[in-house]
Design a protein around this ligand. Structure first.
Ligand code: ACO
Length: 475
C-alpha cells in the first residue's frame, strides 16, 4: 500500500495572526536604535504579537476551525493531527490535546499524533510525520492535519524586534495541488547553543545572536550541498538555483533571507554551476579559497554575492517575503508563512513550478526539501487557498499599537507566564468573528477558551471550543 497514494502533499492551508502589531520604524525610535536598523538593517516592516487574550492554543484553535469550515472538511475525516511549536505552555500536556476539543464534539477521538518541538523546526517535523503517514501502510484513508503555532517574544534588547506570532494549519492527503519530491531531502543536525530556552520560568529564550546567524548559514550550506548531490544522483544531472523557481527560507528577519539566498549563489559558484555567468565568476574568484569559517565572517563576500544574486532574489524570493516581513518571526510557522505569501502573490502562475524550502531550528536541526505545484481540484486549488487565506484583508484590518503599549503588553504577559487564577478582560473588539481567545486560567492552571461568535458577540465561555460555531459540512 505504501506507494499507492499518488501526489501526497498539502491540500489546503489557512493562516491566523493576531490583529495587534507594532511598526518596526516606531519600535526602532522607541528603543533608541539608529534610524533604519530594524527596517533596513533587519529588513522588517511590522511585528504581530499576542495580547493577554491570545496564545498558541487559541491561535491554533482559530486556524484549525477556520480551515475545516472554509474547505468544508468533516472533522471525522481527520485521522492524524500533528502540532509543531516551541512555545511552552505546559511541560506535559500537548497543544494537540487542546485541539482535540474540536474533534471530540463530532465523536472523533481516533486521531494519532502529538506535538513536535525543536525551536523553529517543529512544524517541519510535524509536516513530515503527516506526509509519511499518508504515504505509509498505516494510512487509514483520512486526512492528516498539521498545525504550526508560535508566539515569538524576546527580552528587552537587540533580539526583541525579531519576534512575531501566528498559527498555520495545513491539510495533508493524496492528489494534492502541492506535492513533495520526497526523495530530494537533505538534513543537517548537530549540537549548538545558539538559541535555547533553559529557563522554564520565562517565555524568553537565551540567544547568542551572532552564533545563531552563523549556525543558520552553516546548516544552509550543508543542506544545499547534500540536496544538490542527492538531486544529481536521482536526476542524473547537476542541480543549481536555475532548477528551481522559488526559494523559501525560515525567516527570523528578512536580512538573513537575503544573505541566505546570496549564500546559495556562492555555493553554486563553488560547485562550478554552469548557470553562474563569467563576470560573476571573476568577482567571486577572490573568495574561493576562504575556509568555511572565514567565509561566514567575510563582509566583502556577503556584499558581492548579494549584489550578484540580487536579480535572482527579485524573481525567486521577493514574493515569498510579504508575511515574514509584516508579521515577524513566527518560529515554526515562519517558513510556511513564506509559503503562504508565495501562494497569495503568485497562485495563478505556480502550476508545474518547483520550490525549495529551507527549514531551520536552533539547537540545531535543519532540512532542505522540494515541493511542486499541480492543478488540484476544488476546493483544493491554489486559487482557492489564496482566497481562503485572505492575506490582504487580514493585514489591512490589523491595529497598529504604539511601542509603549507593546512593551506594556509584554510586561503583563511576563507576569502571567506560568501563573494561575486569573481572568482576562474578554474585550474581543479587535478580534474577527470566529477567533478563539483565552478567558481564564483557574486555580489548577486549567485554561479556558471561548470563540467570538459570527454576530460579533462573545461565545459562551469556558472550553466551548466549537460549541458556538458550526464546523462545516456534514453536520
Ligand atoms: N541602518 C541600516 N542598517 C543598520 C543600521 C542602520 N541605522 N544599524 C545597524 N544596521 C544593520 C547592521 O549592519 C546589521 O546588518 P548586517 O548583518 O548586514 O551587518 C543589522 O542591522 C543588525 O545589526 P547588528 O548590530 O549586527 O545586530 P544586533 O546586535 O542588533 O542583533 C540579531 C541582530 C542578532 C539578529 C538579534 O536581533 C537577535 O539575536 N535575534 C534573535 C536571534 C535570531 O533571530 N537568529 C536567527 C536564526 S535563529 C532563529 O530563527 C531564532
Amino acid at each position: 500500500m505504501a506507494s499507492q497514494q499518488k501526489d501526497v502533499g498539502i491540500l489546503a492551508i489557512d493562516i491566523y495572526f493576531p490583529p495587534t502589531c507594532v511598526q518596526q520604524e516606531e519600535l526602532e525610535a522607541h528603543d533608541g536604535a539608529s534610524k533604519g536598523k530594524y527596517t533596513i538593517g533587519l529588513g522588517q516592516d511590522c511585528m504581530a504579537f499576542c495580547t493577554e487574550l491570545e496564545d498558541v492554543i487559541s491561535m491554533s484553535l482559530t486556524a484549525v476551525t477556520s480551515l475545516l469550515e472554509k474547505y468544508g472538511i468533516d472533522p471525522t475525516q481527520i485521522g492524524r493531527l500533528e502540532v509543531g511549536s516551541e512555545t511552552v505552555i505546559d511541560k506535559s500536556k500537548s497543544i494537540k490535546t487542546f485541539l482535540m476539543q474540536i474533534f471530540e464534539e463530532y465523536g472523533n477521538t481516533d486521531i494519532e499524533g502529538v506535538d513536535s518541538t525543536n525551536a523553529c523546526y517543529g512544524g517541519t517535523a510535524a509536516l513530515f510525520n503527516c506526509v509519511n503517514w499518508v504515504e505509509s501502510s498505516s494510512w487509514d484513508g483520512r486526512y492528516g492535519l498539521v498545525v504550526c503555532t508560535d508566539s515569538a517574544v524576546y527580552a528587552e534588547g537587540p533580539a526583541r524586534p525579531t519576534g512575531g506570532a501566528a498559527a498555520i494549519a495545513m491539510l495533508i492527503g493524496p492528489n494534492a495541488p502541492i506535492t513533495f519530491e520526497s526523495k530530494c531531502r537533505a538534513s543537517h543536525m548537530s549540537h549548538a547553543y545558539d538559541f535555547y530556552k533553559p529557563n522554564l520560568a520565562s517565555e524568553y529564550p537565551v540567544v547568542d545572536g551572532k552564533l545563531s546567524q552563523t549556525c543558520y548559514l552553516m546548516a544552509l550550506d550543508s543542506c544545499y550541498r547534500r540536496f544538490c548531490d542527492r538531486f544529481e544522483k536521482l536526476g542524473g544531472k547537476p542541480f543549481s538555483m536555475s532548477d528551481a523557481d522559488y526559494f523559501l527560507f525560515h525567516s527570523p528577519y528578512n536580512k538573513l533571507v537575503q544573505k541566505s539566498f546570496a549564500r546559495l549563489y556562492f555555493n553554486d559558484f563553488l560547485r562550478n554551476a554552469s548557470s553562474i555567468e563569467e563576470v560573476a565568476k571573476e568577482k567571486l574568484a577572490p573568495f574561493s579559497a576562504l575556509s568555511g569559517d572565514e567565509s561566514y565572517q567575510s563582509r566583502d563576500l556577503e556584499k558581492v554575492s548579494q549584489q550578484l544574486a540580487k536579480h535572482l532574489y527579485d524573481t525567486k524570493v521577493q514574493s515569498t517575503t510579504l508575511l515574514p516581513k509584516q508579521v515577524g518571526n513566527m518560529y515554526t510557522a515562519s517558513l510556511y508563512a513564506a509559503f503562504a505569501s508565495l501562494i497569495h502573490n503568485q497562485h495563478s502562475s505556480l502550476v508545474d513550478k518547483r520550490v525549495i524550502m529551507f527549514s531551520y531550528g536552533s539547537g540545531l536541526t535543519a532540512t532542505m526539501f522540494s515541493l511542486q505545484f499541480r492543478g488540484g481540484q476544488h476546493p483544493f486549488t491554489l486559487s482557492n487557498i489564496a482566497t481562503v487565506m485572505n492575506v490582504s484583508e487580514k493585514l489591512k484590518s490589523r491595529l497598529e499599537v504604539s511601542p509603549e503599549k507593546f512593551v506594556e503588553t509584554l510586561k503583563l504577559m511576563e507576569h502571567r507566564y506560568g501563573s494561575k487564577d486569573f481572568v482576562t478582560t474578554k474585550d474581543t473588539s479587535l478580534l474577527s468573528p470566529g477567533t478563539f481567545y483565552l478567558t481564564e486560567v483557574d486555580s489548577m492552571y486549567r485554561r479556558y477558551y471561548a470563540k467570538k461568535a459570527a454576530n460579533g458577540t462573545t461565545g459562551s465561555g469556558n472550553i466551548a471550543a466549537c460549541k458556538n460555531g458550526s464546523l462545516g459540512n456534514g453536520h
